[in-house]
Design a protein around this ligand. Structure first.
Ligand code: HGY
Ligand code: MN
Ligand code: MN
Length: 401
């Protein structure tokens, strides 16, 4: 199938633009991001789309239909550090190829169609994350713009340096009637159950951020245990107690401490501070509230040091559009595609867009359930099944056949 050949080559060609010191990383508003966006823009233009960027750096490809009602399709173009080449990119590439093929086969669509390659979904540079999708629904705040990356560069500066942001925050778009995101599952359920595609019913809610534990830096050998103010054991106690709490909730919640930074980080110095990231997810919003209360309760118990919680991402679970789910089911059944209705344990731009715009997601299997790793892989037969469903859905919604 010509279309899949193009997608397969594009996945690999796009990945080459994100090579950085031997690892794959397209952080937003970087040289790698500009190279990836330029290649995506070239392909969009070759496929008859008009391209533009918004103030958050989202790249759009627009194909005018008879009506101004716009159906948006896409995903994020940024990646995690040392990540895989399917997460995000696959949803952009399959979307542009499906619309281009429908244009050739069916002529102009009823509804206008836009492909979007969004920025900073992964929070791999700015802790808030989902910058591109927040911009689309008008939720990118001044506070987000002031957030700093590891080098002390603010999101506003990064956007301005890239030429996207000129002082006006992106406003919510009112012309978009629906959003579709095809994405790798990033888990192993489809593979385990032997299903070809996933029809997403909801995306987990996320509570993420960091806690800074402030100690009193001092000599490791001359400071008696009773006189120290050491942030490391306090951080370790929180990790242990929160992990224990999460395990008691069984599979209703995940709790991940992705990074622990001890400063100045030498064996013979009692630390000045510890910065601990947390990433807590659940399909139940009330469990996320309980998690935040648990963090505060554990911190309250220890009066020896000051601790500061910085919540960067607090997004409730998001339900996908019911009508879209049943249309996907019908289309899958008509094409004898085995499918699984499932919730997503990974976060997605779709969860930011869904509360404001009818949103649906299609999953394709991840081999071994691996993602956020160079081992991330989906074979082209599996991509093909998801692509078939995606193309049928776009035809139904945009060509309205
Ligand atoms: O972290 C996530 O689940 C997503 O890949 N940003
Ligand atoms: Mn993703
Ligand atoms: Mn990801």
């Amino acid at each position: 199938m010509r279309e899949l050949d193009w997608i397969k080559k594009a996945i690999n060609d796009l990945a080459l633009t994100a090579e950085r010191d031997g690892e794959y990383w397209r952080a937003s508003y970087t040289r790698e991001d500009a190279a990836g966006a330029a290649l995506l823009e070239k392909w969009l233009q070759e496929k008859s789309f008009q391209t533009r960027y918004d103030a958050a750096g989202n790249l759009y490809g627009r194909l005018e239909g008879s009506s101004k009602e716009t159906f948006l399709i896409g995903s994020h173009r940024d990646t995690v550090r040392n990540g895989g080449k399917y997460d995000g990119a696959l949803g952009i590439l399959t979307g542009m190829e499906a619309v281009y093929s429908l244009l050739q086969e069916k002529g102009r669509p009823q509804r206008t169609v836009e492909i979007v390659a969004m920025c900073e979904e992964e929070a791999s540079r700015f802790l808030t994350g989902y910058v591109g999708s927040r911009a689309i629904v008008g939720e990118l705040s001044q506070k987000n713009l002031e957030e700093l990356d590891d080098n002390g560069v603010s999101l506003m500066e990064a956007l301005a340096e890239s030429g996207y942001y000129r002082g006006v925050l992106p406003q919510k778009r009112d012309d978009i009637v629906g959003f579709l995101e095809l994405h790798i599952e990033q888990g192993g359920l489809l593979e385990k159950e032997g299903r070809e595609v996933g029809i997403v019913t909801s995306v987990v809610g996320i509570l993420a951020g960091e806690i800074v534990f402030y100690g009193r830096q001092n000599h490791a050998g001359t400071t008696p245990m009773r006189l120290r103010c050491d942030p490391v054991p306090v951080a370790a106690t929180l990790i242990q107690q929160l992990d224990c709490w999460a395990r008691e909730k069984k599979d209703q919640i995940t709790c991940t401490f992705g990074n622990v930074v001890v400063e100045p980080g030498k064996s013979n110095i009692i630390a000045d501070r510890v910065t601990l990231t947390f990433d807590i997810r659940s399909g139940k919003g009330e469990l996320l509230q309980e998690a935040e209360a648990k963090i505060r309760e554990i911190l309250e118990k220890d009066k020896t040091i000051k601790a500061e919680i910085r919540v960067a991402c607090q997004d409730p679970p998001a339900a996908m559009d019911e009508e879209g789910i049943s249309l996907l089911e019908t289309l899958a059944e008509e094409r004898n595609l085995s499918y699984l209705k499932m919730s997503s344990g990974a976060g997605h731009d779709s969860q930011i867009i869904a509360p404001k715009i009818k949103t649906n997601m299609i999953f394709v299997p991840s081999q071994g359930g691996i993602s956020h790793s160079p081992l991330e892989y989906t074979d082209m037969d599996d991509v093909g099944q998801g692509y078939t469903l995606m193309k049928a859905y776009i035809e139904a919604v945009a060509w309205q056949r």
